[in-house]
Design a protein around this ligand. Structure first.
Ligand SMILES: NC(=O)c1ccc[n+]([C@@H]2O[C@H](COP(=O)([O-])OP(=O)(O)OC[C@H]3O[C@@H](n4cnc5c(N)ncnc54)[C@H](OP(=O)(O)O)[C@@H]3O)[C@@H](O)[C@H]2O)c1
Length: 354
């Protein structure tokens, strides 16, 4: 593909999602990590000193001695071609526009700009055409760079599973109940004494994010914005003592009648642009359907498709709505860093990184 690999800077490189970026990009065929940035607490230390590494593969040796930079466009000028951001939302709101104004394409995990009308919120299998919004954004804001966002970690797996149903039968209403992993709260996250032998039925702003982001993702690109999908959606979220992998129980009401076999077939045969283009990080299949009565489960299914696939199981009729099922996906791979990387692969392959 690219003759030389594009040079990549990671903002928030020391955190839970930042470490996933480092892990997933270590051997990437198109991208090469050339800059690592974090807060003033870490800047000036080496990446090895500043990072409490929490993944089960070693911190890449070649990066251990790199000096961590402040998350500032002046500090990263000349060091990289594109930016992946894993900053806290409060910081991202101020920093990401400055990077875009300085000419960097920014692929962000943060929620700060996701719902801005001229900022694309993209899952490449679901709404690759929304990427064109970056041209609207650049024109409106006078930026030579741009910001592309990926959704919240629960939304991304939910909408990946809803997309084939929406395309085939139309969605009228959706109720989702999530059981979300601890790594979704970053590091160190929820205190152990709050979560061992327990469950917390609240995650700040999460229900609102799932309900609004889903309607933007399944919406229609109009040429200068996105018309949100007209779907009623209700989310109830819970933090559970699982390290990685969000589980979601979903009930759907369809616009057109469908048999159980047709619903399963829609999941099974679903292919998106990343699968057609053979993007390096794309899972194939994007959706895995399990027939066992007790799957999916976080420990057994979160790494399906290299952590990039969504696993669906227990697909069955619902006595109140039409169908119900359980889905599961990795929250820091497909739910975060892997999602941004796939967005950047799509951008590169479709001419937005020339
Ligand atoms: N965890 C998930 O599953 C998940 C999923 C989807 C989206 N997200 C989003 O991804 C982002 C990162 O989440 P996370 O779980 O990785 O959080 P985290 O573990 O708390 O890491 C935060 C990172 O941001 C850096 N940072 C904090 N304050 C900063 C500041 N003022 N200036 C510059 N850098 C600063 C930290 O650097 P220091 O080490 O120097 O403090 C660290 O590298 C958040 O916006 C989150 O909502 C997370």
């Amino acid at each position: 593909m690219a003759e030389r690999r594009l040079r990549v800077g990671i903002l928030g490189a020391t955190g839970a999602v930042g470490q996933r970026f480092v892990q997933l990009l270590e051997h990437h065929p198109w991208f090469e990590i050339t800059a690592l940035a974090a807060s003033s607490r870490s800047a000036g230390q080496t990446y090895g000193e500043a990072t409490r590494w929490i993944l089960n593969t070693p911190l890449p040796e070649a990066l251990a001695d790199r000096v961590v930079l402040p998350a500032d466009p002046e500090a990263l000028a000349g060091t990289c071609d594109i930016i992946f951001s894993a900053l806290p939302a409060s910081r991202a709101r101020e920093v990401e526009p400055r990077f875009a104004a300085a000419g960097f394409p920014v692929f962000s995990n943060a929620s700060a700009l996701r719902m801005e009308p001229d900022v694309p919120l993209v899952i490449p299998e679901v709404n690759p055409d929304h990427l064109a919004l970056v041209r609207v954004q650049q024109k409106r804001r006078g930026w030579s760079g741009y910001v592309v966002t990926n959704p919240n970690c629960s939304t991304i797996h939910l909408v990946s599973a809803l997309k084939p149903l929406h395309d085939a039968f139309g969605l009228e209403a959706v109720i989702v109940t999530t059981l979300q992993a601890l790594s979704g709260a970053g590091y160190p996250g929820v205190p152990s004494l709050d979560i061992i032998d327990n469950l917390i039925p609240y995650i700040r702003n999460e229900e609102e994010k799932i309900e609004t982001e889903s309607r933007k993702l399944l919406g229609r690109y109009t040429g200068d914005g996105v018309e949100f999908a007209d779907i009623r959606l209700s989310a109830a979220v819970h933090r559970v003592p699982v390290t990685d992998g969000h589980t979601e129980a979903v009930v759907v009401k369809l616009k057109r009648r469908a048999t159980l076999a047709e619903v399963k077939e829609a999941f099974r045969t679903f292919r998106g642009v990343p699968q057609e283009l053979g993007l390096p990080t794309a899972p194939d299949p994007a959706i895995i359907v399990r027939e066992e009565v007790d799957r999916p489960q976080p420990r057994l299914d979160r790494d399906a498709g290299g952590g990039m696939a969504t696993t669906v199981g227990r697909v069955r009729p619902d006595p109140i709505f039409d169908y119900k099922f359980v889905l599961l996906g990795h929250n820091t791979i497909r739910g975060a860093a892997g999602a941004s990387i796939l967005n950047a692969e799509l951008a590169l392959k479709t001419g937005y990184l020339d």
